[in-house]
Design a protein around this ligand. Structure first.
Ligand code: GRG
Length: 298
């Protein structure tokens, strides 16, 4: 870790991730699929998940970001990007803007957008398998990849999206189901980001479990803050529905609890997250990152 300031750390980590992603997505033929993949990967995402992976690795290994961690951190971002491309499709959320830019299917058409999402998921698997081989099939690397693909599958992100899709247009009345949806859809990939960093750092199981629990609470706080920002119309997702529209159509913590109580949950989940990792976070960067994410204004 070459800095004590969060802003500097974010810049440093984002640069490392962007450079590595650029290498992983080197253009080839057919050109259009690479263009579509790169369009969404380089559309201005925060790189939250790879940064969490890098920072967890640095905290627990005492080493700086190196080749060992960048492949898996970037594989997580590839999976995250595929999920956003597919989430925006007409068959799902039917959004025309993301991060203030036209969505992938608006630019490339639906067929190429579906294939670009598929290709990013496929690329993530390829990157992980090559990474495992490069590292002599070390068990920690295999465990990390297994956790990541399980977290993005039916027991994680896809499962959460299915709950969302089948309940769309009707109000979820069961609090447990609302939690299950968000834990799977949002927290799981955030948990995977921390867990992968911990595995590669060679952390013992109880430490891995602490970071898994941290990711779960951060994921909930992050999601609820996102819902609050969506409702008050401050979201980065310009062009997305806000306010009344959300209350009628979406199942979020805000539609369930109201803005005020939802914001209280942001605070309680983030405080719980911080409590779990504060003993590991000697520089305080992970605590600062947590506070930054859950207090963000857009
Ligand atoms: C289509 C399989 C499939 C899954 C979609 C992740 C997801 C599931 C849907 C995206 C919509 C959504 C509300 C997700 C919740 C998590 C969330 C707030 C994602 C946005 O993540 P950021 O803010 O995105 O890290 P950036 O733009 O910074 O990369």
């Amino acid at each position: 870790m070459n800095t004590n300031s969060l802003i500097e750390y974010l810049k440093y980590a984002q640069e490392k991730v962007d450079k590595h992603l650029d290498r992983l997505l080197e253009k080839n033929s057919p050109e259009v699929i690479y263009e579509a993949m790169r369009y969404s990967v380089f559309a201005g995402g925060k790189r939250l998940r790879p940064i969490l992976c890098l920072l967890t690795y640095e905290i627990l290994s005492g080493k700086e970001v190196d080749e060992k961690i960048l492949d898996i951190a970037c594989a997580i971002e590839l999976i995250h990007t595929y999920s956003l491309i597919h989430d925006d499709l007409p068959a799902m959320d039917n959004d025309i803007l993301r991060r203030g830019k036209p969505t992938n299917h608006v630019v490339f058409g639906e067929a190429i957008a579906i294939l670009a999402g598929d290709a990013l998921l496929n690329k993530a698997a390829e990157v992980c398998l090559e990474w495992i081989l490069k590292n002599n099939a070390h068990i920690n690397f295999i465990e990390a990849a297994r956790y990541l693909f399980k977290a993005s599958g039916t027991e994680g992100m896809i499962g959460g999206q299915v709950i969302d899709v089948i309940n769309s247009g009707k109000k979820i009345e069961d609090e447990t189901l609302l939690y299950e949806m968000h834990l799977k859809k949002t927290s799981k990939l955030i948990q995977a980001s921390c867990v992968c960093g911990a595995y590669v750092a060679g952390a013992p199981q109880e430490v891995i479990s602490d970071f898994e629990e941290y990711g779960k609470n951060l994921g909930l706080a992050f999601q609820i803050r996102d819902d609050v920002l969506d409702l008050i119309g401050n979201s980065e997702k310009i062009g997305k529905s806000t306010g009344k529209d959300i209350i009628e159509k979406k199942n979020t913590f805000v539609t369930y609890y109201g803005v005020e109580k939802a914001q209280e949950y942001v605070q309680s989940f983030s405080q719980k997250a911080i409590k779990i990792i504060e003993k590991y976070d000697k520089t305080g960067l992970l605590i600062e990152l947590t506070n930054y994410l859950v207090n963000r204004e857009k």
